[in-house]
Design a protein around this ligand. Structure first.
Ligand code: UD1
Ligand code: CA
Length: 482
């Protein structure tokens, strides 16, 4: 053993590895920015890192570094970015990160992989405690997998002591038969890591500096090394390709769904319900099949969502009902109803007890308390008062080919079917429009707006102009029967 047996108690640095190319994803997007549960893979890792609390958090980047850095700057501005050079491998990544820690840092270094997104802070706390209790130089988080293909294997000696880690590509058949895998997550005593990381080479199947080689080197120097199998195997899943991305997404979703069920949410079909990490659901919410509750959506108590509904960044009030609909950045008031087949675009605010019904599209529209847009309408750039009823197929013509204009509708206005409101236009409180009205001028409070010319019937037109057609024959039959 070297002289550095003790580390400063409790001091922790976290290094997140996010510089790899992610070749197996076959993607323009860097692997660690692919998302599950509405958050990037590396975002999940950093969220966990923050939950753990550390004196230093570093993220190592290289491949598409600007994209990764921009994404991190938004969500985790306090993480220190470290650039890896052209020397490849997880060992090199840790080397450059170590160089950026203060020279006198002598605590523990927790290394996390940016592509192992499901780990939870509790698992890491247990790992850290075990590591500290054993005064180990390194502790590897491992897992027993039925199919360990692709992972590094933990090789133990006859006495069960960890000897080294061997990568799939460098392993013998016997080593490949080992089912204990390296999760890509480790705690190192900083002083030991500093010493041994300089001794790894690139003499392996991938020509990379493997961080995993540090384990064998420590062991050869009789430093205490351990591997702690995770109790929750699924949390160690690494994402290298799209199939693993989907699988990790499914595991995360299962976890989120179960959490909300425990909080009193009814989720009828967990397999077809997708809830993002940031979404919040109150007790007695019911989620029907094929529903996605995405991003920072918040759902109030007793609301029913679905089936076949997607909500992105929405706010849904108490006891509201949203079925078979799609909404983004919309606010749906308490007791309001939406759907079926409604499309709520950003800026839609539906008041308490209001209704957006079948085949209605809304955008940037404030719809007052108890107001209804029941059928086949487009409502864009509009302010609508309380107790309004827009007749079927009422349309706000908000776009004159150059600019967007607003429509203002006062309280208790009722429009006739197929009214076109040519913006900018204002309907005063209590106003009404006739069916088919094209409203180009403001309508004063309490007025009835009619714009359709009186109807004129030209008798016998069909028989004269369409002789011999089914319509002409039918008309002749009806007239002779009169
Ligand atoms: C790595 C481990 C393997 C383990 C597996 C767990 C090594 C050599 N192998 O393999 O034992 O079972 O993770 O998931 O460590 N990265 C860098 N710089 C690089 C290369 C990679 O920062 O030069 C980052 C990647 O962005 C990724 C992580 O390190 O987040 C792991 O790299 P990856 O290439 O996916 O390693 P694996 O082959 O999965
Ligand atoms: Ca990996």
């Amino acid at each position: 053993m070297t002289e550095n047996t003790a580390s400063t108690p409790g001091k922790l640095a976290i290094i997140v590895l996010a510089a790899g190319q992610g070749t197996r994803m076959k993607s323009r997007r860097p692997k660690v920015l692919h998302e599950i549960g509405g958050r990037s893979l590396v975002g999940h890792v950093l969220t966990t890192a923050h939950a753990l609390g550390a004196d230093h958090i570093e993220v190592v980047v290289r491949h598409e570094r600007d994209q990764v850095v921009a994404a991190l700057a938004e969500q985790h501005p306090d993480a220190v970015i470290v650039d890896q050079d052209e020397i490849p491998g997880t060992g090199r990544a840790v080397q450059v990160a170590l160089d950026r820690l203060p020279d006198d840092f002598d605590g523990d270094v927790l290394v996390l992989s940016g592509d192992v997104p499901l780990l939870q802070a509790d698992t890491l706390r247990t790992l850290l405690e075990g590591h500290r209790a054993a005064s180990a130089a390194a502790t590897v988080l491992s897992a027993y997998l039925d199919d360990p293909t692709g992972y590094g294997r933990v090789i133990r000696g006859a006495d069960g002591v960890v000897e080294r880690i061997v990568e799939q590509k460098d392993a013998t058949d016997d080593e490949r038969a080992v089912t204990e895998i390296n999760a890509g997550v480790y705690v190192f005593r900083a002083t030991a890591l500093r010493t041994f990381i300089t001794r790894i080479g690139q003499d392996n199947a991938q020509g990379e500096m493997y961080l995993t080689d540090v384990i064998g080197l420590l062991r050869a120097a009789s430093e205490p090394v351990a591997a702690e199998p995770a109790s929750d195997v699924a949390s160690t899943f690494g994402v290298n390709d799209r199939a693993q991305l989907a699988e990790a997404g499914r595991v995360l979703n299962q976890r989120i769904v179960r959490n909300w069920q425990r909080e009193g949410v009814t989720i009828v079909d967990p397999a077809t319900t997708w809830i993002d990490d940031d979404a919040k659901l109150a007790a007695d919410v019911t989620i029907l099949p094929n529903t996605q509750i995405l991003r920072a959506t918040v759902i109030g108590p007793g609301a029913t969502i679905g089936p076949d509904t997607t909500l992105v960044d929405c706010e849904v009030g108490e006891d509201a009902v949203v079925r078979r609909s799609d909404a983004t950045l919309a606010v749906i008031g308490a007791n309001a109803t939406v759907g079926p087949f409604s499309f709520l675009r950003p800026g839609t605010v539906l008041g308490e007890g209001g209704k957006i019904g079948a085949y209605v599209e809304t955008k940037n529209a404030q719809i007052g308390e108890g107001s209804k847009v029941p059928h086949l309408s487009y409502v864009g750039d509009a302010t609508i008062g309380r107790g309004v009823n827009l007749g079927a197929s009422t349309i706000t013509a908000n776009y004159d080919d150059v600019n967007k204009h607003r429509t203002e509708i006062g309280d208790e206005v009722h429009t006739g079917s197929h009214t076109v409101l040519v913006a900018p236009v204002r309907l005063g409180a209590g106003a009404k429009t006739g069916a088919g009205a094209v409203v180009r001028k403001d309508v004063p409070a309490g007025a009835l707006a009619m714009s359709v010319a009186p109807q004129r019937n030209i008798e016998g037109w069909v028989e004269k102009n369409r002789a011999g057609t089914g319509a002409a024959d039918a008309a002749a039959r009806e007239r002779s029967a009169e």
